[in-house]
Design a binder for this molecule. Sequence first.
Ligand SMILES: O=C(O)CCC(=O)C(=O)O
Length: 307
Amino acid sequence: MLSAVKQLARNWRWERMIQRTRSRLPYEQGQRYMDYLEACRKAYKAAEPDEPRFAALARDYWANGYCTFMPARGTELAQSMRARVATLAAAAGPQAWRDDRFYGGDTYRDFPEIRELLAGDLGKLFRAIYRAHFKIFYGMIFRSIRDADTPIYSQLWHADGGPGTCVIAIFALTDIGAHNGGTEMLPWPQSVEVMRAERRAAKELDAEAKALGPNADRVALRDVKCRFYERTIEAGYTSKVVRASGPPGTLLCFSNNVIHRGGYPEPGQIREVALMHAYPSMTPTPFDSYAAKGVEKTVGNPSGPDF
Ligand SMILES: O=C(O)CCC(=O)C(=O)O
C-alpha cells in the first residue's frame, strides 16, 4: 500500500516535470531553463508584437513540438548556400567533409544566406516561439548519404534529452522527404506518452542493457532505448508520425525532446541541411559576436541557460 502511494507520488512528480520543463533533465536543471525563458520574456516586454504568421507557427511549435515553413527567398537562399558549400569544399580539399559534417566554413560567418535567415524570417520565428530575444548555441552543415546497411545514431528514434528551451532549426539545402531521410517526428503529446511507457518499462530495459555485458559500449546501450521507441511507435503510433518534406529552402523547427529520427536516405539519394540550436536570450541576438567568432559546434549542450 505504502509503496503504491510512493509510486503514485513519483508518477505525479514525473508528469509535472515533463509538462513544465519539456525535458527529462533532472527537475531543477530543467526548471532553470524554463525560469530563464520567463525572465527573458519579461525583459522583452517592450518589443513589437509578432506577425500573425509567426505567432501561428509558434502556437504549432508549442502544441506539437515542431513547425515547418518556407521563409522568404527560401529556395533561392538554399540553392545559393548549397553552391557556396560546394565552392568552399573544393577550396578546403578532402578535409572539408568528415563523418558527413562540413568543416570547410562557419555556418554563420561564411554564409550570408544564414545571416539573412536569422535577420529575417527565422529570427522572427525564434522570437515568436520564445516571445523573447534568441541566441544561437551552435550551427553546423551536414549531409546524409546511405553509408550503412541499417540506420545508426540519429537515424534511429531518439530524443536528445537537452533543455526544454532548445529549438533545433533545420534549413534544407536540398529538397527533403522520405527519399532522402527527411526528419520524422512524433508530436510532443505522443512523445510524452511513449516516454511514459518507457518509464513503465524501465526494469525490462535495464535488464536488456545488462544482458549486453559489462563491456557494452554507449552505442549499444543507446540502441536498447532506440529499439524500445521503434517497437512502441510501430505498435501504436505510426499514424501520428510526421515527416518534414518540401523543396530546398524548407525550414523545420522542432524541440530536441520530441522523439525523432532522420538522415537515412534511399541508396543514391543525398540530403544536405544546415542545423542550428537556438535558445532564448535576455538581450538582442549578438550577431556581431557571431560574425567575429562564428557559431561552430564545440559541445553538445550549454553549461547553463545564460551562456
Ligand atoms: O538529421 C535529422 O533529420 C535529425 C537530426 C537529429 O536527430 C538531431 O539533431 O538530434
